[in-house]
Design a protein around this ligand. Structure first.
Ligand SMILES: [Mn+2]
Length: 399
C-alpha cells in the first residue's frame, strides 16, 4: 500500500491501482464477481419475462378460442397489441376473436386497419362476446359497451393506471409508454425470429398464410413499433427506456414501406379545411381557445381540428364546435392541469335537454341538438355566442 494518501479522485484511483497491483488475485475475483452479477441480472430479467409470457401462453392454450378485447375507439397501440396476442395464441394452438367497441375513425387508426388489412369485430353489447375467456389489451377494465361490467377478464395486459386485473393473468406496467412495448418484451424473451410477410401493395392486403407459427411477422412488428410511436408522440412523451429498447428490437423486423403508409396517411381535404377555419376564426382568451367551424359534412374533422388548435403556442385548452344536420358537435382538448376538459363540456351542456357532454381530463366531447338550444334562456334561446361564453366561463372554473 502507498503510505502517502492523497485526496480527491486521482488519489483514490492511485490507491485502488496500488491495491490492485499488490493483490491481483483478489481484485480479479471481485471484478469477475461483479460481471457475473450484472450478467446474471440481465438473464434473470429475461428468465422472469419468459416465464411471464409462458404463463400467458399456457393460459391461452387452455381455450379453443379467446376474445381479445380492445378499448373503445381503438388506437394503433391497442390494435397492434391485439395482433400480438393473436400471434401468441396461434402458437399456443388457440383461435382468437379480436373485438372492439366504439369506432375506428381517426385517419391514422383507419389507415392502420386498412393498410394491414385487419378484420376486427365490432361489438355493441356483452352478448356479442361469445367466448369463455376474454383478454384485455391496452386497458384494464372493460368499458364502452352495454354490459361491459359483466365481463370478468381472464388476462389483462396494459400500461394504464387503474385497478383492473385478470382472474388468471395480470401484467400492468404503468411506467411503459405503450402496451406494445410489453408485447415486444415478450417476443424478445421468446427469441422468435422475425418473418417478412408478403404485402400486396396494390390492395393493401397482408398474406399471413406462410408465416411460421413461432415467428414475428413483419406487419406485426411494424404495427407494434407504430403503436409505440403513436402512444409516445414518436418517443418524445411519456416514455421509458423500455420503449426505446422495444423500438430498437422491433426495428429488426419492420417493413419500412408499410410503416410509412400507416404513419403518413392521406388526409381528407375537409379535415384540413375545417382545421384552417378553426385556426382563422379562433377566439383566444389566453391560455384558452374556442372556435366555431360551422357546418361540416365529416364530424371527425372537429376533434382533429381541436388536436391541431391545442398545439398552437399560447393555448393550453381548447373547445371546438361544429354543426351537422341540426346537431352541434363539441370537441375539447386540454394539456392544462387546471382544466378537466370533460367536466368543462359537461358543465357547458348541463341544463340543455337531451344534450350529452363529458370525457377525460385531457380529451372530451359532446353534442347538442340545435332545436333544444333554441328553447333555453329568457328570449331567443341559447346562441352559439352564448355557448362560447359558457365555454370560457367553464374553463376558468366559473360554472
Ligand atoms: Mn396505449
Amino acid at each position: 500500500m502507498y503510505l502517502v494518501a492523497t485526496g480527491g479522485p486521482v488519489g483514490m484511483a492511485k490507491r485502488v491501482l496500488g491495491y490492485a497491483t499488490e493483490n491481483p488475485v483478489l481484485v480479479t475475483g471481485v471484478v469477475i464477481g461483479l460481471l457475473l452479477l450484472a450478467g446474471g441480472g440481465v438473464s434473470l430479467y429475461r428468465y422472469l419475462t419468459r416465464s411471464t409470457v409462458s404463463r400467458l401462453q399456457s393460459l391461452l392454450s387452455g381455450y379453443d378460442t379467446v376474445t381479445v378485447l380492445m378499448h373503445p375507439n381503438p388506437d394503433p397501440d391497442a390494435m397492434s397489441s391485439a395482433l400480438a396476442v393473436d400471434q401468441l395464441a396461434t402458437a399456443a394452438g388457440t383461435e382468437t376473436e379480436l373485438c372492439y367497441p366504439g369506432e375506428i375513425r381517426r385517419p391514422e387508426n383507419r389507415a392502420f386497419e386498412t393498410v394491414l388489412d385487419l378484420e376486427f369485430d365490432h361489438i355493441e353489447t356483452v352478448d356479442d362476446i361469445t367466448t369463455e375467456s376474454v383478454v384485455l389489451v391496452d386497458h384494464n377494465e372493460p368499458r364502452g359497451f352495454a354490459g361491459a361490467e359483466e365481463i370478468t377478464p381472464t388476462a389483462v395486459i396494459d400500461h394504464h393506471p387503474g385497478g383492473g386485473t385478470g382472474t388468471d393473468f395480470t401484467d400492468v406496467r404503468t411506467d411503459m409508454g405503450a402496451c406494445a412495448t410489453i408485447f415486444a418484451d415478450y417476443f424478445q424473451s421468446l427469441e422468435w425470429d422475425f418473418f417478412e410477410v408478403d404485402v400486396a401493395l396494390t390492395d393493401g392486403g397482408v398474406n399471413t398464410d406462410d408465416v411460421p407459427v413461432e415467428a414475428i411477422p413483419s406487419h406485426v412488428a411494424t404495427g407494434l413499433i407504430y403503436g409505440i410511436q403513436s402512444d409516445t408522440r414518436s418517443l418524445t412523451n411519456g416514455c421509458s427506456k423500455a420503449d426505446f429498447t422495444a423500438a430498437g428490437y422491433l426495428y429488426g423486423g419492420i417493413d419500412s414501406d408499410l410503416l410509412n403508409r400507416i404513419a403518413n396517411p392521406q388526409v381528407d381535404a375537409e379535415v384540413l379545411e375545417v382545421t384552417a377555419r378553426a385556426i382563422t376564426d379562433r377566439e383566444v382568451r389566453a391560455p384558452y381557445g374556442f372556435s366555431d367551424v360551422g357546418e361540416v359534412s365529416n364530424t371527425d374533422a372537429i376533434p382533429q381540428a381541436a388536436d391541431e388548435l391545442e398545439t398552437l403556442e399560447g393555448i393550453s385548452a381548447v373547445v371546438i364546435i361544429g354543426e351537422k344536420e341540426g346537431t352541434i358537435r363539441i370537441a375539447g382538448r386540454s394539456r392544462d392541469d387546471r382544466v378537466h376538459i370533460g367536466r368543462v363540456i359537461e358543465a357547458v351542456v348541463d341544463d340543455i335537454p337531451m344534450a350529452e357532454g363529458g370525457g377525460h381530463a385531457r380529451m372530451g366531447g359532446g353534442k347538442i341538438s340545435v332545436e333544444y338550444m333554441d328553447g333555453i334562456g329568457p328570449s331567443d334561446g341559447l346562441s352559439k355566442r352564448d355557448l362560447q361564453e359558457r365555454v370560457f366561463e367553464a374553463m376558468a372554473g366559473e360554472r
